[in-house]
Design a protein around this ligand. Structure first.
Ligand code: ADP
Length: 645
């Protein structure tokens, strides 16, 4: 801004200087020309009148041969008037001397002293030739005889003096006029341009919090500035208008977001209600079911009151149906527990082979009845340890093994194997030679209640819950699960669990619970987002989606946690808020880096960062909220409810 002001002044100054110099030069040249002409005319008049007045007297003296007398007359005239030289040509004296004419007179030397003219002096003659003006007139006697001539030469001395004076005068005049011009111009420019512009700048600098000018600029000015001001005002209007519509959109978005969050809250509530209902129902179903199965067995096996062959057959059907129902109820109960975060895992270092062996032993009877051979290649390898909950790991493997048997062909094979992965996991695979899965069903295999519509002739018993439960268990233990399959050829389901030396994902354990229900629930969700990132099968797009969800969820969680702290009157709220901001910024930065180079190593870095952050944050910062939250359950529920709406 300042720079522009300067340059405007510089341009103005330059214009004025150029104008002044040009005006002065023109004025000086015109004056010089006029003065020179004036002086020339004056000199001419003067010398002619001097010649006229001198001629009569000089004529008399020539006739009287009084050379000295006309010499004195000439001297007197030279001293009186600033002529350069007066030369007299005397014919009479020439006759006396026997020459053409006697020439005498007066001339000025270099110091402007009047001295005698010497016709033979070359120097003097040369000066005479160069003189400014010369006038010669013949001297005629009263009788009409030509007695000689008189020549008056004017010097340019006075001309020079006069010119110098004129130029000085004209310079002073022009200088004064220019000064007047500059002052007038400056005031005019200041009034017409600079003042309105700086007024405009001042107004434009008064802005609101969004950087939009508060007032319009004044249009009371010269035409061009008014046009500029008018355009600026239109621009301000347009900016304000777009800001308004942006705010409106933002408001709408906020409302929509509120609706979405409300809907999510409602959905979570509904889901919880469903889980509670299922859990209760499962419990309620198990008791009578066990009774049915128990009494069924008793009826079938009571030697005192044997059943007829037909009744025994029906009883077998009742028992088989009841057992199937019990499996279903148990599966549902497991699923509900997982969804309600009621499963407590005890993840520790366990021997993978031992768990594999036990799982195979438990599924062998089913394999035998289905005429399927299980080959345990893992048993031939050195023992490997993993980090897992032994019981749940066994449950997961039994599930995969029973599927490999159930969906196998008669005389089919199941091969169990394991090997270490490059990133520190133990890859346990269960391959079968069964019916396989068509690629169109790949995406649904781990969905709850999904069952590939099987040929009714070959219908296999199942609930469609097993794999969903297995996946959740494996992920909660910090592992990953996947499969490869080809229709009519067979499938390989695999589980990868972290080796004891690998940190991998994070497992929700009791030690991580701080005891504030809402915050614990958020932490569990964050952990499952984190564990999703450890999946080796993720595509780059999957990582993008998970990262966006994770960051969104973290921000949602931060808002909730801060609301809880506020409700509890926790004095560390501001400090905590800053920590949240820093964490969000760091996570965003890492996500940004991932999006820039999409290097798989970045995902590991991200997981490491998130794991360390989560554990530290939960154990240290969030645990500090607990003392303030004591007895404030109702307030916490209220603020969180308010936040959702
Ligand atoms: P289910 O009780 O039906 O076995 P799961 O959740 O264990 O339920 O499995 C879901 C579906 O995935 C099964 O119904 C089946 O269609 C398919 N499936 C699972 N394992 C295999 C396998 N080894 N071979 C072929 N299909 C399988």
């Amino acid at each position: 801004m300042r720079h522009n002001k300067h340059s405007l002044f510089t341009v103005l100054g330059l214009i004025i200087v150029i104008t002044v110099v040009s005006v002065m030069t023109i004025q000086a040249s015109v004056s010089y020309f006029l003065i020179k002409n004036n002086i020339l005319a004056e000199t001419k008049n003067h010398s002619q009148s001097t010649i006229t007045s001198l001629k009569k007297n000089v004529a008399n003296y020539i006739e009287a041969y009084a050379v000295n007398e006309y010499g004195n007359l000439v001297l007197h005239e030279m001293e009186y008037v600033d002529f350069y030289a007066i030369i007299v040509r005397d014919n009479n004296m020439g006759e006396v001397l026997g020459t053409d004419a006697y020439i005498s007179g007066k001339i000025r030397d270099t110091s402007r002293q009047v001295i005698d003219y010497d016709p033979k002096n070359e120097q003097q003659n040369l000066q005479l030739e160069k003189c400014f003006y010369a006038d010669t007139s013949a001297i005629i006697s009263a009788a009409g005889v030509e007695l000689g001539a008189i020549t008056i030469c004017s010097s340019d001395h006075s001309v020079k003096l006069e010119l110098r004076r004129t130029i000085v005068e004209s310079l002073i005049n022009t200088g004064l006029i220019s000064l007047l011009l500059i002052v007038t111009l400056f005031f005019a420019m200041h009034r017409a341009v600079l003042r309105p512009i700086s007024g405009m700048v001042d107004r434009l600098l008064r802005r609101d919090a969004n950087g939009i000018p508060l007032d319009k600029v004044s249009t009371q000015s010269t035409q061009e500035i008014a046009t500029l001001a008018y355009s600026i005002n239109k621009m301000i209007d347009a900016i304000k208008q777009s800001r308004l519509s942006l705010e409106e959109q933002n408001e709408k978005l906020q409302i929509e977001k509120g609706h979405v969050e409300h809907a999510r809250h409602e959905a979570e509530k509904a889901n919880k209600a469903k889980s509670d209902f299922l859990a209760a129902m499962s419990h309620e179903l198990r008791t009578p079911l066990n009774a049915i199965l128990g009494f069924g067995q008793m009826l079938k096996l009571n030697p005192n009151d044997p059943l007829s062959p037909k009744q025994a057959e029906y009883m077998d059907d009742i028992i088989a149906g009841g057992e199937h129902l019990l499996v279903l109820v148990n599966d549902v109960l497991d699923l509900v527990k997982i969804e309600a975060d009621q499963i407590v895992l005890s993840v520790e270092q366990v021997c993978a082979q031992d768990i594999i062996d036990e799982s195979i032993a438990l599924t062998s009877p089913l394999a035998d009845t289905s005429h399927v051979t299980i080959i345990n290649r893992a048993a031939m390898k050195p023992k490997q340890h993993i980090r897992a909950d032994a019981l749940r790991m066994k449950q997961a493997l039994i599930n995969l093994l029973s599927n490999a048997i159930k969906y196998n062909l008669d005389n089919g094979r199941v091969i169990v194997d394991h090997q270490k992965t490059d990133d520190g996991y133990l890859h346990i695979s269960i391959s079968d030679t069964g019916i396989g899965i068509a690629s169109k069903h790949y995406g649904d295999v781990f969905e709850v209640f999904h069952r590939v519509e099987a040929d009714p002739m070959k219908a296999v018993e199942g609930t469609g819950i097993g794999l969903a439960v297995t996946k959740q268990l494996v992920e909660q233990m910090g592992g990953r699960i996947g499969f490869d399959s080809e229709e009519d050829k067979g499938s390989t389901f695999w589980i990868e669990m972290p080796l004891p030396s690998t940190l991998g994902g994070l497992v929700w354990e009791d030690s991580l619970s701080i005891g504030i229900e809402a915050i614990d629930a958020d932490h569990k969700n964050l952990i499952s987002f984190l564990n999703k990132l450890t999946d080796r099968m993720l595509t780059q797009d999957d990582v993008d989606v998970i990262l966006t969800e994770l960051i969104d969820y973290s921000l949602y969680h931060f808002r909730r946690e801060e609301a809880v702290m506020e409700a509890c009157g926790d004095p560390n709220l501001e400090k905590h808020r800053v920590t949240h901001q820093e964490l969000a910024a760091e996570a965003r930065q890492l996500a940004e880096r991932w999006r820039d180079n999409r290097d798989p190593k970045m995902v590991h870095e991200l997981v490491d960062f998130l794991r360390v952050w989560l554990v530290k944050h939960i154990m240290k910062d969030d645990a500090a909220i607990v003392p303030f939250a004591k007895g404030k359950e109702a307030e916490i529920e209220r603020v969180l409810g308010d936040l959702e709406t």
